[in-house]
Design a protein around this ligand. Structure first.
Ligand SMILES: [Zn+2]
Ligand SMILES: [Zn+2]
Length: 147
């Protein structure tokens, strides 16, 4: 099961890092992340958790998201705004983003040729890639149609 496998990754990561404790709060945050579709920021995740009755501090949400990023369970992006956005990375293929500067829409895409170019660029230089994401800023089709 997805959630069990993700929990396992986090548990092992916390154990190996040696300084972070495995607390129920961290796993509650992981569960909430796994249930979330799309891109979200730390504040909205924090409010969702406390409004569903989870006792948690804002600082725990922020630092747990960092931990989840370090162990590859979430991706962190800075789109056109001043805040970071996260999304579930576990069990999802790597993808790229088109970001509309008018309405804020984020459109995801994957492209075989782009993946191949990235692999070539890395292997030609003996580089072992960990993650990558292309972000293209502009105006979406819907906003372009507006008068
Ligand atoms: Zn738009
Ligand atoms: Zn995405």
């Amino acid at each position: 099961m997805e959630a069990d496998a993700a929990r396992d990754i986090l548990r092992k990561y916390l154990k190996s890092s040696g300084k972070q404790r495995s607390t129920p709060e961290r796993f509650a945050i992981l569960d909430a992340v796994l249930e979330t579709q799309g891109h979200f920021d730390a504040e909205s995740l924090y409010y969702r958790l406390i409004s569903s009755g989870t006792k948690i501090s804002r600082a725990t949400v922020y630092n747990t998201l960092e931990l989840l990023k370090e162990c590859g369970l979430v991706s962190k992006y800075r789109f056109a705004e001043n805040i970071s956005r996260y999304e579930k990375a576990f069990g999802r293929p790597q993808h790229h983003h088109l970001i509309c500067l008018e309405c804020g829409d984020i459109i995801e895409f994957v492209h075989d040729r782009l993946e191949r170019i990235q692999q070539e660029a890395c292997s030609e230089r003996g580089f072992a890639p960990q993650s990558s994401s292309l972000q293209i800023f502009g105006t979406c089709a819907k906003c372009r149609k507006k008068p």
